[in-house]
Design a protein around this ligand. Sequence first.
Ligand SMILES: Nc1nc2c(ncn2[C@@H]2O[C@H](COP(=O)(O)OP(=O)(O)OP(=O)(O)O)[C@@H](O)[C@H]2O)c(=O)[nH]1
Ligand SMILES: [Zn+2]
Length: 333
Amino acid sequence: MSSELKTLGWDADFQEAFEAFCAPLTDDGRARLTPVRIVGVQRETFQVRGLHGEQEARLSGTLRHHGSLTPAIGDWCVLEAGSEEGGRLVGVLPRRTTFARAVGAADEGRRAQAVRQQVIAANVDLVLIVTAPDADFDLERLGRYVEAVQQSGAQPVLVLNKADLRVDTDWWVEQLRTLDPDLNIQVTCAQGDQGLEGVRALLTEGVTLALIGSSGVGKSTLTNALLGRVAAPTGEIRASDQQGRHTTTSRTLYLVPGGGLLIDNPGLRDIAVWDADAADFGALEALATRCRFRKCTHTTEPGCAVQAAVRAGEVSPARLLAFQKQLARRGRH
Ligand SMILES: Nc1nc2c(ncn2[C@@H]2O[C@H](COP(=O)(O)OP(=O)(O)OP(=O)(O)O)[C@@H](O)[C@H]2O)c(=O)[nH]1
Ligand SMILES: [Zn+2]
């Protein structure tokens, strides 16, 4: 197996899936296909990396017309070398882990729109759930993050950052331990580049890491410390091409010096905003399509299907409250 691909997270399972994808093709067809990992996502194009370094690629017609097949950051795809600029992505290999959220009627303003899954990141192995020993510390919320990470198939690691704010962090660590005694807990001071050995040790070759946690806990600082860079780019990254011109790339999956990969993408960060169990709102969104009013807030409207489900004991009032909060947040975006 190519060491270049292994560095990017390629393994025997992906190799097997790739071979299965190629099996029905002629030798000629097969010769034009290579596996690539999605390292950046734009509206129309994808930044991919494989055996031949980084390049841009577009979706084949088949992938374009099946929303459920849209590649996400971290995906392993099949690239077909093209005669025109770049190549075409013709397949998405089965994901080892999936961070997804449900998007449905509430997002798209259409009644009876089927709820579908939008994949935010794929093939993430480890997720640092970052918190700090200050006002951010909220065990209940952290517990929901742990659950969401486990649901995705990735392994959660709790990071108590800003350890320098306290003389003694034992109490905080004990609290974290109550969530699950088996969880890996790391205590760091990202600002001083301290306590990161434990995190770096987890970042072996091909391991993909992501960070979640509320705003201000130090995710960017940690990311920069791990990547060994100074700037704190968010979203689009400025880079220089060979002529020294500034070009904007959308790359959000990085190789970590010393091993491993790191996804730093706004969508994944927002997991904190939707809250960990947002994906479970699918059932409520489906119910909401049966409300009498399209813009039902599920509070006092007559003919509200969601309220009816609460009255019938099928949906807990707490769940409804969480759902309403999420709708309000989306309304503001
Ligand atoms: N005292 C202390 N401050 C830190 C530490 N790490 C980060 N900070 C500070 O906390 C603030 C927020 O850090 P960021 O890295 O921007 O936090 P973030 O989680 O990326 O925040 P968002 O970009 O809003 O999601 C900055 O002022 C950092 O300098 C730390 O270990 N100790
Ligand atoms: Zn309603």
